[in-house]
Design a protein around this ligand. Structure first.
Ligand SMILES: *Cc1c(COP(=O)(O)O)cnc(C)c1O
Length: 393
């Protein structure tokens, strides 16, 4: 085990020293932006690609392109606040659907539990779910496929469901860039649009940035963001891998946390969830360049990393036990059905209708991808010892 006992190992841990310096000094040009756009259009068979400040802005543009204000879109009942934010910012309403415990995704089984009359397509009028005001009505016209932690949905079945109910599919690629569905198609080549996040710890990680590929004709014109990123955002993205590395180093003497908290306080580091949705700003040019490099690497290495997960009782105790022998497992995805915790209340999540989502959020641990598989042996043992027993849920 090469790691000591410390809590800040998770900070930018995907970045090697070489990559930290590349991140600091890479010069991006307009042609890097164009190259990334061309690549995305080609790989995802799109009509057009737009590069954005972050994933939630990209998802928002995808939603705006295909839906009318006031419509409902189906959202996985286990997701992050960024998705909720994108839906709201597009003038739409989220309809959370419960997940399956083995895939962390909705399935046709849970989709069909939507009260009848709900999924009658773009032309039909329908009543809203019970947690909302019964006097309001709206149409469910879309479905966001998320492929949680890289686990693909049963795409054929979901696609049929969408067809049957006249729903437009949007694919959120934040967790699943490079992943293939069971029928061999790549995630991002199925829906009307694919939205990417290049944020911290995502499959393509340039600290911030996002993109949307429109694969079908747009119902209305979408304005591409043109303004350059704010200097402060640009610098935060440049320096985060370095700060992360310093904090990881300092955590051996228990100072990493102090430094990181200080950096957050003076806004030199921003927590991912606080990254603002902004439809007027594009990605930094250097991030476009690095994102394209990562896309090419993803292609070469074949199977991308997927966050393994398990369900444990007394998660806090398990995390403590893991920490005692040097594993940093915090920064969990996800502790609430819509994470992070500090935004959860805002969402008014329909807990009663999504029991599996609630269960999973309470019990899940997921294995960070910055440990080598062989380094995780002991951690697997600990997690196994505390696994939730079948029938004791
Ligand atoms: C992180 C994430 C996004 C987008 O995040 P940004 O921080 O805005 O780049 C979208 N969907 C899912 C499921 C995510 O986890």
């Amino acid at each position: 085990m090469i790691f000591g006992r410390h809590y800040y190992l998770g900070q930018a841990a995907n970045y090697s020293i070489g990559e930290v310096f590349r991140h600091l000094f890479t010069v991006g040009l307009t042609r890097d932006i164009d190259a990334l756009k061309r690549y995305l259009v080609q790989r995802y068979k799109g009509k057009q690609a737009i590069l954005c400040k972050n994933g939630r802005s990209a998802l928002c543009l995808a939603l705006k392109a295909y839906f009318e204000k006031g419509d409902y879109v189906i959202v996985n009942g286990f997701t992050c606040y960024a998705v909720y934010e994108a839906v709201i910012a597009a003038g739409l309403k989220p309809l959370f659907v419960d997940i399956e415990k083995d895939t962390l995704n909705f399935s046709v089984r849970t989709l069909e539990m939507l009260p009848s009359g709900h999924t009658q397509g773009r032309s039909a009028k329908l009543t809203v779910p019970s947690e909302a005001s019964p006097s309001v009505s709206g149409k469910i016209t879309g479905i966001i496929i998320q492929n949680s932690l890289g686990n693909p949905v049963d795409i054929k079945a979901v696609e049929n469901f969408a067809k049957e109910h006249d729903l437009v599919i949007i694919e959120d690629l934040a967790h699943c860039t490079g992943v293939k569905y069971a029928d061999g198609r790549e995630c991002g080549t199925v829906g009307a649009a694919a939205a990417f996040s290049f944020g911290k710890d995502k499959m393509i990680d340039t600290i911030s940035g996002g993109a949307v590929v429109f694969r079908e004709e747009l119902s209305h014109e979408i304005k591409a963001p043109e303004k350059a990123p704010r200097l402060s955002d640009h610098l935060r993205a440049r320096f985060y891998p370095l700060f992360g590395m310093i904090c990881r180093g300092l955590s051996y003497v228990h100072l990493g946390g102090i430094l990181m908290r200080g950096l957050v306080k003076i806004h030199w580091v921003e927590k991912s969830a606080d990254n603002r949705l902004d439809l007027t700003r594009r990605i930094s040019k250097f991030e476009a360049k690095l994102a394209l490099e990562q896309f090419n690497k993803l292609k070469r290495s074949g199977e991308p990393p997927i966050r393994e997960f398990a369900f444990v009782d007394n998660r806090d105790e398990v995390l403590e036990e893991l920490a005692r022998i040097g594993y940093y497992f915090d920064g969990l995805w996800y502790k609430q059905p819509v994470s992070p915790e500090r935004y959860y209340k805002k969402v008014h999540f329909p807990e009663e209708e999504c029991p599996n989502s609630v269960f999973v959020a309470k019990h899940i641990v997921n294995f960070p991808t910055y440990y080598a598989r062989s380094d995780l042996k002991k951690a697997h043992e600990i997690v196994k010892n505390h696994a939730v027993k079948e029938g004791h849920e």
